[in-house]
Write a protein that binds this ligand. Structure first.
Ligand code: NA7
Length: 293
């Protein structure tokens, strides 16, 4: 297919590279210069990238960035034609997503929100999981593209249900990780070695995909960003906004949000969100280290 890919960050660049590898004709654009994808044509603006393609796939930081790319100066809007499909894999506001879809629809184009889970490793190996909102027919048309970047796609309902699901998924990830980190801090302070704790976790019902993925990084003290803390912090704000709108009380998340606020104030924005552990360690006066460290 002819596709434009907009946003070449930690997730976007390997996703665009997977499209090229699968033989699609890809044009890429990134806000700042210097990010490229071998085999893809580079465009100077989102509009230029979107000219003449069948699908525009977006993966940028937040709601404001998606709005800018779609409707800002030299945005995608100027190149939209009936039948084109806009897909957004960023994690953004479900409410704003409906508004973006409405505006894209005014030009006769379709809109699908398709945020992903699977982190940097999933993007680099083409093993992402998409959760999509949009019509069945439109999502079916996208199959050659999402199968190049991911291993599965779940249709969650109409437009914005992908984003709504993603907020729920990341809420569970943030709270699961926080449980793991607090468990490590307490057992560490009581004198349990993390190397002794890990096999116990693995053998029990505590085991989870989140812990499986994060534990090796944490135990070797590698807090380089797979999923930057600033992005999980952004998602937590989106969850709290949605909870306020819908009058849903989320007391666990509110407490975890405070930890992210402090982590951001302490300059951990560009580390992985796993670095929230370092605050617990500081408060407890303990450091969790496995033999791999
Ligand atoms: P990164 O690695 O922080 O990349 C963010 C990308 O978004 C990067 O290409 C940025 O361009 C781009 N960006 C940020 N703000 C804007 C604006 N205002 N306009 C256009 N482009 C912008 O994030 P990830 O790849 O890890 O994650 C992307 C999304 O997936 C995010 O919503 C996650 O929560 C899930 P830059 O290179 O800085 O010029």
């Amino acid at each position: 297919m002819r596709a434009a890919f907009l946003g070449l960050g930690i997730m976007g660049r390997p996703m665009a590279a997977s499209l090229v590898k699968a033989g699609h004709e890809v044009t890429v654009w990134n806000r700042s210069a210097g990010k490229e994808v071998p085999g893809a044509r580079a465009a100077a603006t989102p509009r230029e990238a979107a000219e003449g393609v069948e699908v525009v796939w977006i993966c940028v930081s937040d709601t404001a960035a998606v709005e800018q790319v779609l409707f800002g100066e030299n945005g995608v809007e100027g190149a939209l034609k009936p039948g084109m499909i806009v897909v957004d894999s960023s994690t953004i506001s479900p409410l704003e997503t409906r508004e973006f879809a409405r505006r894209v629809g005014e030009r006769g184009a379709e809109y699908v929100d398709a945020p992903v889970t699977g982190s940097k490793a999933g993007a680099e190996t083409g093993q992402l999981i998409f959760m999509a909102g949009g019509s069945e027919e439109t999502i079916e048309k996208l199959k050659p593209l999402w199968t190049a970047m991911g291993k599965s796609l779940f249709r969650m309902g109409d437009v914005s249900m992908g984003q709504a699901s993603k907020l729920g998924m990341n809420l569970m990830i943030a709270l699961t990780y926080e449980g793991f980190a607090e468990g490590l801090a307490l057992t560490g302070k009581l004198g349990v070695k993390p190397d002794a704790l890990m096999p116990l976790i693995q053998a029990s019902m505590v085991r989870s995909g989140v812990i499986d993925y994060k534990a090796p990084f944490v135990l070797r003290r590698d807090f380089s960003p797979n999923f930057p803390l600033r992005l999980m912090h952004k998602d937590i704000q989106l969850m709290l906004d949605a909870a306020r709108e819908q009058r849903v009380k989320l007391p666990g998340l509110e407490t975890v949000a405070e930890i992210y606020d402090i982590a951001a104030e302490e300059g951990h924005d560009d580390l992985d969100y796993a670095a929230t552990l370092t605050l617990l360690e500081k408060w407890a006066g303990v450091e969790v280290k496995g033999t791999a460290a």
